[in-house]
Structure formats: structure tokens, C-alpha cells
Design a protein. Structure first.
Length: 255
């Protein structure tokens, strides 16, 4: 993948985050009219009851809500801002999920409700229910915060790796006592896998340098375990272009 494609991918993610930020957290718990007579209640960081139809390439929450309105018996829809997917309601239980907006369909209130003798303008406050709701919301916020922190750490690792290219492409540098040659967006030939870890770029090279079984590294930028240590590598064949964004780091002297 070329660098410009990576930039476009980042822009794609940013657009979804901007749409999500337009609702969350400011409108969390609020009811909004999407279309005349069609109202939804927002719940941020929540994948609602799901298992219904899934639609890709849905760029806005409003478009996702429209899909639910068009389907009979749909009680709500979940818009996934990162993947740009819309998931309609189904039989599977809801769960906390970062960067997902649940839009529950709510019935429009009757502007002229019938008076009943049981109507009480001053009902007793249900403190226990409010406390339970606050605790559930706090737990969801904690999970969302942990997910956001995980995404932030993952992006920091990716950015550190991306900063190496094209600045160091074809150059050598020493890390952990071993001199490596950098091959941007390529992978070596004649390699075999040794192990994969979550190490960042620098820590990955330090780990390889201190491990006699690690002969080279393929740093796979978009992987959850980007540090791919290799058990063997060819030093006589030139690395080849990779279809995925990765960096081959091969010792100048075989280990």
C-alpha cells in the first residue's frame, strides 16, 4: 500500500470520527427527530440489540437511522463510525462498544393525551433506578475510555513506524547492538516466522537484537501485533514489494 493510500485511509477514519463527535457525547441520552414523525434516542458507546441486517458504506448516523425506518419491526440501529457500518436491531443483546452510536426508535408523544385520575404531577423519585442507570453508564464510559486509550497507543505505534519512511529507506542504523538496513513497504525473501508481539517499532528491534533466534523483522504497520520476528531470512535476495504496509529490517551481518 502506498503512503498516499494510508493517508486516504486515515482521512476515511477521521470523517467517521467527525460524524460521531457531532452527536457524542453532547447528545447522549437525547431524543431527536430524524424525519418528520420519526424520533430516535441516542446512546453513545453502545452496540444496541443486534443481529439484523448489516449495511456497509453508511457514512452518517442519519443514513443508518433511515435504513431502520424503512424496515418494518426495526426497533433501532447501531452506526459503527470507524467501519462505516449500520447494524439493524435483532435478537442479540446490546453491549458497550467504543465509537458505536445506538439509535433507539421512540414513539412520538401524543400532543393531546387523555387525562386519567392516576396521573400524578409529582411522582416519587426512583433513586435506586437512577443510581443503577448511572452505574451502568459509568461502566460503559470506562470501557469506552479503555478502548480509546488502546486505539491511541496503537496509533502511536503506527505513527512511529510510518515516521521511518521514506526518511530511512535503504539506510542502515544500529539498534540494540545490531545494524539493520531499512526496506520501506517491502518484505524479505526466504523468511520463516518466529513469533509476533505487540512491541512498538524501537522495542521490536531491541527484542530481536537480544534474541539469538530472531534473524530479522517485518514490522507490519496495521496489525494488532505489528512486530513480526523472523526465524530465518535470505541475505542474498533483495526484498520484494509488499501488498500490505510493512517495513523489512534486515541485519547487515547475518545473526
Amino acid at each position: 500500500m502506498k503512503l498516499q493510500n494510508i493517508i486516504l485511509y486515515c482521512s476515511f477514519l477521521a470523517a467517521g470520527q467527525a460524524q460521531y463527535a457531532g452527536v457524542c457525547p453532547e447528545k447522549d441520552g437525547q431524543i431527536e427527530e430524524i424525519n418528520p414523525g420519526y424520533n430516535v434516542k441516542y446512546k453513545c458507546g453502545w452496540l444496541g440489540p443486534h443481529g439484523g441486517n448489516t449495511f456497509p458504506n453508511i457514512n452518517t448516523p442519519q443514513a443508518c437511522a433511515q435504513l431502520c425506518q424503512d424496515k418494518p419491526d426495526c426497533t433501532g440501529s447501531s452506526w459503527q463510525s470507524v467501519q462505516k457500518k449500520c447494524v439493524l436491531s435483532g435478537s442479540q443483546n446490546g453491549q458497550a462498544r467504543a465509537n458505536v452510536l445506538w439509535m433507539e426508535v421512540v414513539e412520538s408523544e401524543d400532543p393531546f393525551p387523555e387525562d386519567t385520575e392516576d396521573n400524578n404531577p409529582f411522582p416519587e423519585e426512583d433513586c435506586a433506578s437512577e443510581v443503577e442507570a448511572c452505574q451502568e453508564q459509568n461502566a460503559a464510559c470506562q470501557e469506552q475510555n479503555a478502548a480509546c486509550q488502546q486505539q491511541k497507543n496503537a496509533w502511536s505505534k503506527k505513527q512511529n513506524a510510518l515516521d521511518q519512511c521514506p526518511r530511512r529507506d535503504g539506510k542502515t542504523f544500529k539498534q540494540g547492538g545490531i545494524t539493520y538496513k531499512v526496506h520501506c513497504f517491502k518484505r524479505g525473501k526466504g523468511f520463516s516466522d518466529y513469533q509476533m508481539t505487540e512491541h512498538g517499532f524501537t522495542d521490536c528491534l531491541n527484542a530481536c537484537s537480544s534474541d539469538s533466534q530472531c534473524k530479522a523483522v517485518h514490522y507490519i504497520i496495521n496489525s494488532s501485533q505489528p512486530c513480526k520476528m523472523l526465524g530465518q531470512i535470505s541475505h542474498t535476495q533483495e526484498p520484494e514489494h509488499s501488498s500490505s504496509p510493512q517495513i523489512a529490517l534486515i541485519p547487515t551481518t547475518p545473526k
